[in-house]
Design a protein around this ligand. Sequence first.
Ligand code: KIV
Ligand code: NA
Length: 265
Amino acid sequence: PKRTRIHHLRELKERGERWPMLTAYDMYSAEIFDEAGIPVLLVGDSAANNVYGYDNTLPVTVDELMPLVKAVVRGTKRALVVADLPFGSYQVSAEQALATAFRFMKEGGAHAIKLEGGARFAPQVEALSGSGIPVMAHLGFTPQSEHALGGFRIQGRGDAGERLVEDALALQAAGAFSVVLEMVPADVAKRVTAELTIPTIGIGAGPDTDAQVLVWSDMAGMNRGRKPRFVKQYADLGGVLLDAARRFGAEVRGGEYPDAEHSYS
Ligand code: KIV
Ligand code: NA
C-alpha cells in the first residue's frame, strides 16, 4: 500500500473531497486507524491528557512523546504520521524548532510535524519547510496557550476573525502544508478554507473545512469524562473495556477462568 503524501492531501482539496484525521498514541490504535483508511494520524501533545494523565498539554515533553511517535509509525503502512511539537520545544527560535523537528523525523520516523501559533511563528514554519520538514499549523484555540487565552474559549469571533485569516495566509506563505482550526466559528473556518490553497483541518470549526480531526479517545469513548460540544462519540470503548475487566475479574475470583479449554494438559 502506498503512503499518504502531502501532495495527496492538496489534491483532495482541489477535488473537493473531505478527509478524516485522528490522533493515535500507540501501535494498536495506529494499526486499526490505518486499516480503517484514515490517511493522516497525529501523535498529538494531547497525549499529555490522554496517555500521561496531566491536566493539560503544557507539561508533556519531547522525550515523553518520542516513544509514542515511534509506536504509531511502526503501526502504520499508509497513514502520514504527524508529530506534535510540545510546549516549549519550538517557541524560542527557528533553530530550536529545527532541532526538535529533526529529532521527531530522525529518531521518531515522523513524516511531518505540527506546531501551534499564528504569523509570529512564520520564521519557524519557513525554516522547517525549507529544510524538508512538512509543517501542519494550528490556529484558533491553541491548547498550549490556555493560560494566555483564558481557558477553553472559541477564538476568532468578531474582529479576531480577520486576524485568523491573516495568520492562516501568513503560515501558508511560510510553507505550511495544512492548518488545523480549533474551536472557531463555522463561518470563519469556511472563509479560511476558501482563501487558502492548503487544506484546513477542523476541530470544533463546523462542517466546511477540508478535513476533520478528533482525539481518538474522545471519538471512541475511552475518555469517559466531560466532552466539548464538538466531540461526537462513535463508540463506547471505555464501557466495553470496563465490562471486559469486570468479567475477567469475576471469572478469576469465581474459579471459572482458566478452564480446561485455556489450559495445557
Ligand atoms: O494534540 C492534539 O490532539 C491536537 C489535535 C486536537 C489537533 O492538536
Ligand atoms: Na496538540
